[in-house]
Write a protein that binds this ligand. Structure first.
Ligand SMILES: [Zn+2]
Length: 270
């Protein structure tokens, strides 16, 4: 699968060829290029929770949604806590988290089958998981840092699609988007122990380094969880873009030691 870098009116974002092939979906993953924020948020910061001004963030979100070709009036944004709670978005939820106050909290994944509602989750190194049921026409986007990955949020998102909309996992296309790669993601034994509780094959995505340090491949861990949920191997694509290696393009929490902006993963049925 190819990553396609789009530049629309100066706003750069990434799309994925496998999702571009689906005619009833629009999607994108933002970069840090094309916004109005300054300093550590330079310039397309979309995250409300990290100290940038509301005016800047609102303008940046409008620029990003416009660039992708989506209407921000209906935009729904998650309330992320590194958990694994998924919210099914109904027509009454339009605009929540952006244009209107949220009436939900502790939500790291969003699912809907309603056309015209963009769903967005926020990132700076954590793993975005885009999903589309190509038969029932259901979409989802989830946020998987190491905790969400350990909790198998991708698998839980698939379960929401099955339970709520009768999705067949074999019809679901998944894209594991730009995020911190194994190349740059070192963790300690405490994290490895947590994964060993929930996965029985951690050697497939964790490798030991020197001095009880480990390399964690979040992309492969999420792929394993999606396969456990019934997705077909060839329907799970990995973007292979590391946000830390490509810090000219992306905000990276680890590279900037927490002092950085947030990017958005957005998807909508059209
Ligand atoms: Zn890297």
């Amino acid at each position: 699968m190819e990553n396609v870098i789009v530049n629309k009116n100066g706003v750069k974002f990434i799309t994925f060829s496998k999702l571009n092939d689906i005619p009833f979906v629009k999607h994108g993953f933002s970069t840090k290029i094309g916004g109005i924020s300054n300093g550590i948020y330079d310039s397309l910061n979309l995250g409300f929770k990290n100290g940038d001004t509301k005016t800047n963030i609102t303008e940046n979100i409008k620029r990003f949604t416009n660039a992708v070709g989506l209407d921000y009036m209906n935009l729904v944004i998650s309330d992320q806590t590194h958990g694994n709670n998924i919210k099914v978005i109904r027509s009454g939820d339009k605009g929540k988290g952006f244009f209107r106050e949220r009436d939900y909290s502790n939500i790291d994944g969003l699912v809907t089958n309603i056309k015209g509602i963009p769903l967005m989750t926020m990132f700076a190194d954590c793993v975005p998981i885009f999903m589309v049921d190509t038969v029932k026409q259901v979409i989802a986007v989830s946020h998987a840092g190491w905790k969400g990955t350990k909790l198998k949020i991708g698998k839980k998102t698939v379960h929401s699609m099955i339970h709520e909309y009768g999705s067949n996992p074999k019809d679901i296309i998944a894209v594991i988007g730009p995020s911190i790669g194994k190349c740059c993601y070192e963790v300690d034994k405490k994290v490895v122990d947590e994964f060993n509780k929930n996965f029985n094959n951690t050697s497939e995505f964790i490798s030991a380094k020197e001095k009880s340090k480990y390399k964690l491949n979040l992309w492969n861990a999420n792929k394993i969880a999606l396969k456990e949920a019934g997705l077909i191997d060839k329907n799970i694509m990995i973007s292979n873009l590391c946000t830390s290696c490509n810090s000219d393009l992306f905000f990276s929490y680890r590279k900037e030691k927490g002092q950085t902006g947030r990017m958005g993963a957005i998807i909508q049925l059209i």
